[in-house]
Ligand binder design. Structure first.
Ligand code: NAI
Length: 483
């Protein structure tokens, strides 16, 4: 079997060399194709941070084992890490956080064992980075949550939980506030949960989840989250088990999978050969299991756990009274412990299993559309306009443009209604949402909306617009606060 390997930037080459030296010492049945990806490739003029040859190899091989990569700071440059996850539709980001003996935390000292798997949506949400300045004062980020994308992720999480024999699968969300986006994610979770009656499933508001994880982490098992919330909660979980140095990550798609550590390039310690390779090693072990190399995975993981139990450590953790090993020495200590069994219980050396299928040829982009689409009507439009006038002034101007089809129903500023009712205590910025609806609830068409747009543009700069749709009797948009 062959996998693509990108060593990455900063500490990437050091920790990748350490991990591959462990694999080589164990004679893991893998060959590597080293591909050019990262900040250094970006600096050579490849705007997406990878060469065409690297892209081709990864799509051919279906597995990428990668070191951390730096996102060049500055406008217009997208993260290579996010680009890779999105381009290859690795929709499920699985991050496992377990108590490691030898890595002291407040929980391990209190005898509280942690074993939490975060399954984070990896493609959608604000991570599209679709952002616009609407006025010089107002920035807008678009947050996409889709039904097919959520279903794909949540189904993966339930299947994984079932295989793992999980105690509980929990959906973290903010559907009480973001009723359409997080609401859709939660709805998908609740629908799919019905197909797995044998699993205990529940949901929790994400801020409560953050608190509960800190107070009672042992009560959680598999937690499913949207992209940004999942990113934050998984770093919190990394903190529960000793920090980013112990947080592995697998980005799983139907065709391509990417294995990497959660942490970044650690520029402050790069080039010193002192970084902790554990997170990347745990990610590599997950890759071996994904490829069906169960025996090798177990032997290496047992050696790692045994090494940690012995108090062997790099500078970022462990007992300061015991001298720290550098990256190379830490890898050598693990190699020396092949065959050793950790006290906390050996990971089972299952016979090698058939690899999870990842790579197969696609000749077109897959379209994901829900089966039962409801009939859709346009019943109004939100027009986002620039103005530093008062709400009454804007209402008077807007009402003139409604014509025979539209009535002005609401004006809001930063999501809070300021007309026809509102409070003078609501501070304003120079961008309003003026909401027009059909005068007699009769369906509108796009030409009607364009007519209104053209008319209103005589008085205001229109920064953005959104159709107000309804499906059957269900309104497909949120109300303003106070509307
Ligand atoms: P970071 O994770 O690189 O560093 C945060 C802190 O953790 C630093 O003090 C660092 O020394 C320490 N640290 C991280 N990994 C360590 C390890 N293996 N051993 C010992 N100490 C370790 O986060 P930061 O500084 O925010 O990001 C640096 C760069 O990494 C940025 O360009 C960022 O975009 C990129 N990054 C890349 C990721 C990826 O490739 N998946 C993920 C996160 C950040």
């Amino acid at each position: 079997m062959k996998v693509a390997v990108a060593k990455g930037d900063g500490i990437g080459p050091e920790i990748m060399d350490a991990v591959l030296s462990i694999f080589d010492a164990k004679k893991v049945d893998l060959t590597y194709e080293f591909v050019d990806m990262g900040k250094w490739v970006f600096d050579k003029g490849f705007s997406n941070g990878m060469t065409p040859e690297a892209k081709h190899s990864i799509e051919e091989l279906g597995i990428l084992f990668k070191g951390p990569m730096e996102t060049p700071k500055g406008k217009g440059v997208k993260s290579i890490n996010v680009t890779a996850r999105k381009t290859w539709n690795t929709y499920a980001n699985k991050r496992v956080f377990q108590t490691l003996h030898g890595v002291d935390t407040v929980f391990s000292k209190a005898g509280i064992l942690i074993d939490i798997t975060i399954v984070r949506e990896n493609i959608e949400d604000t991570y599209g980075g679709i952002e616009h300045m609407l006025t010089q004062d107002v920035a807008l980020s678009r947050r996409f949550i889709t039904r097919p994308g959520s279903e794909q992720l949540i189904r993966y999480a339930f299947e994984m939980a079932k295989k793992k024999g999980t105690r509980r699968i929990t959906c973290g969300h903010k559907a009480n506030i973001m009723k359409l986006t997080d609401g859709l994610f939660l709805e998908c979770f609740q629908e799919i949960a019905k197909e797995y009656p044998e699993l205990k499933s529940d949901d929790i508001i994400v801020d409560d989840l953050a608190m509960q994880l800190v107070v009672r982490p042992q009560e959680f098992d598999v937690v499913v989250l949207t992209n940004l919330q999942g990113d934050i909660i998984s770093d919190l979980c990394a903190g529960l088990v000793g920090g980013l140095g112990f947080a592995p990550s697998a980005n799983i798609g139907d065709h391509i999978a990417i294995f990497e550590a959660v942490h970044g390039t650690a520029p402050n310690i790069a080039g010193k050969n002192i970084a902790n390779p554990t997170a990347l090693l745990l990610s590599g072990i997950a890759m071996l299991r994904h490829l069906g190399l169960m025996e090798n995975a177990a032997i290496i993981e047992n050696a790692l756990l045994y090494t940690l139990e012995q108090g062997v450590h790099t500078g970022d953790f462990g007992d300061k009274a015991i001298p720290a090993k550098n990256t190379t020495q830490f890898a050598e200590a693990i190699i020396a412990n092949f065959g050793k069994i950790p006290q906390q219980g050996a990971k089972p050396q299952l016979p090698n299993m058939p690899a999870t299928q990842t790579s197969f040829k696609l000749d077109h982009n897959e379209m994901m559309v829900s089966d039962d689409m409801q009939k859709e009507f346009i019943i109004g439009v939100d027009l986002f306009i620039e103005s530093s006038g008062q709400p009454e002034y804007i209402a008077k101007k807007c009402q003139r443009h409604g014509g025979v089809k539209f009535k002005l129903v609401s004006i809001s500023n930063r999501g809070t209604q300021v007309w026809p009712t509102g409070s003078v205590y609501t501070n304003l910025v120079n961008q309003y949402n003026v909401r027009f609806e059909s005068i007699d609830d009769s369906p509108l068409n796009q030409q009607d909306v364009l007519g209104l747009y053209v008319s209103l543009s005589g008085d205001f700069k229109i920064c953005s617009s959104e159709l107000l749709n309804s499906w059957g009797n269900k309104k497909a948009y949120s109300l303003a606060q106070g509307q």
